[in-house]
Ligand binder design. Structure first.
Ligand SMILES: *Cc1c(COP(=O)(O)O)cnc(C)c1O
Length: 232
């Protein structure tokens, strides 16, 4: 990643989001950009911060902890945890994150609720739903969702905001549109039962336009901003 490239890349993604919102006749503040900074250094976050980006997404608990402590003097950074969450790591996430998008079991939600420090605002929660059936294993099934959503909505120190999905890897935008459409339908059904959700976390670098036309309110974008990731 070359820092000088971050400005045009970030502006380019913001432009794609605006264009997609206009295309869907939605208002320009209807969908936010979550910059997925996993595997990239804290300096990259500082560079985007200088441009006005405030919300950052991380997938690995250890990496979230170390970046949040390196960047502790930026108190208005908003950390979103979007990766798989094991029960032995919930405490760190409950203490650091502002949002968790990847809650897929009641046990994880109960631990986050119990471990959220009293001096912090409520932890903002999205439930991760498997919208791809047997093509994917992450997330709860659509059948499990209503009961789990009602249970999570009752937990103290958490605020249930909405739903998140990661469709199976495919470049077929018609399949992706169907997956995102399913998440939006489930969201509408929960709201018809009075849950008051306002967040649909869907869309990444390659499919954010498809997600926005299906109603996304926050897109999670990594490589289109920061470049290709190197996991070694
Ligand atoms: C890595 C990741 C992203 C970003 O993916 P890109 O294709 O790089 O934009 C979004 N959401 C989740 C859950 C991720 O793990």
């Amino acid at each position: 990643m070359i820092m000088a490239m971050l400005l045009p890349a970030w502006q380019g993604v913001r432009q794609r989001i605006s264009d997609a919102l206009i295309h869907s006749s939605r208002s320009l503040d209807d969908c936010r950009l979550l910059a997925v900074s996993k595997t990239f250094p804290a300096e990259a976050i500082v560079s985007l911060y200088a441009l006005g980006q405030r919300e950052f997404g991380e997938n690995y608990v250890q990496e979230l902890c170390s970046k949040a402590s390196t960047l502790a003097n930026y108190p208005d950074l908003i950390w979103h945890f979007i990766g798989p969450l094991q029960s032995n790591k919930t405490r760190q996430v409950a203490e650091i994150a502002h949002w968790v998008h990847s809650v897929d079991r009641l046990k994880i939600a109960e631990r986050l609720s119990a471990q959220r420090p009293a001096h912090l605002p409520e932890l903002q929660i999205c439930l991760q739903v498997n919208v791809s059936g047997e093509e994917s294993k992450s997330g709860m099934t659509p059948e499990e969702l209503p009961e789990l959503a009602r249970a999570v909505a009752k937990l103290p120190r958490l605020r249930l905001r909405g739903l998140m999905c990661i469709p199976e890897p495919t470049e077929d935008q018609a399949i992706l549109a169907a997956r995102f459409g399913l998440l939006h339908k489930l969201f509408n059904e929960l709201n018809a039962c009075g849950l008051g959700l306002d967040t649909l976390s869907m869309g990444m670098s390659a499919d954010l336009e498809t997600a926005i036309s299906a109603g996304s309110t926050i897109v999670r974008v990594g490589s289109a901003i920061f470049g290709a990731r190197n996991y070694s």
